[in-house]
Design a protein around this ligand. Structure first.
Ligand SMILES: NC(=O)c1ccc[n+]([C@@H]2O[C@H](COP(=O)([O-])OP(=O)(O)OC[C@H]3O[C@@H](n4cnc5c(N)ncnc54)[C@H](OP(=O)(O)O)[C@@H]3O)[C@@H](O)[C@H]2O)c1
Length: 301
């Protein structure tokens, strides 16, 4: 039975991934700021600001899955919040690296989240893993995060970065926020509605983490997005249809969104079309390739 240590294991993706790994017979541990152990998951403490963690978390671990990070869209992007978003990712990765190095544990794989926010926003381009990072807050944050992740290569550890798109789940992330106005009868596309949304179904993402864990030939960066990104207008219309609602209001103007969200508006107005070709070429199979398949499963099954 292999032992997997997950950081951010209490979050949206981490909690689903933990259950899926346990169901497959893995031993799962969490590294958390507020450790609460359960019958199936032992949780260990770390304090990223104090640069310390419980070393016992690493003893006997076969692989680390690193998901921890302050929510990108949870709070307004003040200077303080932006530092928190970056530091929670960069410093936590550095802390893990130092402890793995110090404890000399024979860890085989380090699999980490990254985000499609690493790519520039450009409606006319399809981004693959060779593209350069955007020169904006999200691009810069992801680049710093990935540079720290890459250090694990120097220890001879197989290192994977899953550049994740918008994760579709009823339990958190962007989808409930998009569904709320539609359910209230006041949903509408945002901006000109043409901006690309690169999304992935929660179950496909969990499967992709397990696939990365179990396939030793995978190494480096992979986009974790469905092969069918869609425009914001199309997304809004499909979601409304699945929720049995009509969209009758005009699009919400970009200037209003910018006024409301400031720099953070890039999350909803930015257009990033991301390719899933690299992960598909390794043999990975999506169960929910099309938006209506994912949303139908989420809301009707
Ligand atoms: N969900 C998406 O649509 C999406 C898209 C692209 C990329 N990602 C990336 O995938 C990873 C997991 O996403 P998720 O949606 O599962 O995130 P989530 O639900 O927000 O959970 C993240 C976890 O990170 C830990 N955390 C939160 N704030 C922290 C801080 N300030 N310092 C250190 N740890 C902190 C928490 O664990 P404890 O409380 O146990 O410490 C939390 O449960 C994240 O790195 C995220 O950026 C997600």
């Amino acid at each position: 039975m292999k032992t997997i240590l997950i950081t951010g294991g209490t979050g949206l993706i981490g909690s689903k991934l933990s259950l899926a790994l346990i169901a497959k017979g893995y031993q799962v541990r969490h590294l958390s700021r507020q450790p609460i152990s359960t019958a199936f998951i032992k949780s260990y403490y770390w304090d990223i600001e104090q640069n310390s963690m419980d070393e016992n978390a690493l003893i006997g671990v076969d692989a680390i899955i690193h998901l921890a990070g302050a929510g990108i869209a949870d709070k307004k992007w003040t200077d303080k919040r932006k530092s928190e978003i970056v530091n929670s990712r960069v410093n936590s990765t550095q802390l893990l690296f130092e402890y793995v190095q110090k404890t000399e544990q024979p860890i085989a794989s380090f699999i980490a989240a990254s985000a499609t926010g690493i790519y520039p926003t450009n409606p006319h381009k399809l981004y693959n893993e060779n593209a350069k990072a955007a020169k904006d807050f999200l691009g810069d944050c992801c680049e710093k995060w990935e540079n720290k992740i890459d250090q694990f290569n120097t220890l001879g550890i197989r290192t994977i970065k899953l550049r994740t798109g918008i994760v579709l789940s009823k339990d958190g992330g962007a989808l409930p926020k998009m569904a709320k106005p539609i359910l209230a009868g006041i949903g509408a596309p945002i901006g000109d509605g043409k901006q690309w949304m690169s999304w992935i179904d929660e179950d496909d993402l969990v499967n992709m983490y397990i696939y990365a864990l179990e396939n030793n030939s995978l190494n480096g960066a992979y986009n974790a997005v469905s092969p069918h990104p869609c425009s914001n207008q199309n997304f809004t219309e499909v979601l409304a249809k699945i929720l049995n609602r009509f969209i009758f209001l005009p699009k919400i103007p970009s200037f209003f969104i910018r006024l409301l969200l400031g720099e953070m508006a890039i999350i909803v107005l930015g257009s990033t079309k991301v390719s899933a070709e690299k992960i598909i070429a390794t043999g990975f199979k999506f169960n929910f390739e099309k938006l209506n398949e994912s949303l139908n499963k989420i809301y009707h099954e």
